[in-house]
Design a protein. Structure first.
Length: 140
């Protein structure tokens, strides 16, 4: 079966997955190697920084999880570009998981705007991933 040309939307979503790969990898590095210049990034998320500081034993657990996430998003990005069905399914699952977190943030916490905006972004990605041309491209 010929899958045709790669839809531009697949390239865009893969680019976002590669950005997530970099962010997760750098964050993981900062957790495994505290006290480096990379620690300045924690100013972007002071709540997470405070949570890590309050539970230093979790630093390696969080770092390992983020390192795993970076490997997974790299694989998803490459797989999507190649039209692999398994990468498409994993990306759908990732966005469902992310959307669930955004829904909880919207419903329960003081982060309603962040949760709502996250739901909009995830919804847009989910819509694009489930379009016929993208499904057809990832037909293997």
């Amino acid at each position: 079966m010929s899958r045709g040309r790669r839809p531009v939307s697949v390239t865009i979503i893969s680019t976002f997955l590669f950005a997530a790969t970099g962010i997760a990898a750098v964050t993981s590095f900062s957790l495994f190697h505290p006290g480096t210049k990379v620690d300045a990034m924690w100013r972007l998320n002071p709540d997470a920084s405070a949570a890590i500081a309050a539970h230093p034993a979790w630093r390696n657990v969080a770092g390992s999880g983020l390192l795993s996430l970076s490997a997974a998003t790299a694989w998803m990005g490459v797989g999507l570009l190649r039209g692999q069905r398994s990468a498409w399914r994993a990306t759908i699952a990732l966005f469902i998981l992310n959307g669930t977190g955004d829904l909880v943030a919207f419903a329960l916490g003081p982060h309603r705007v962040k949760g709502a905006s996250g739901l909009l972004v995830v919804g847009a990605f989910f819509y694009v991933l489930t379009r016929k041309d993208v499904r057809g491209f990832a037909a293997r």
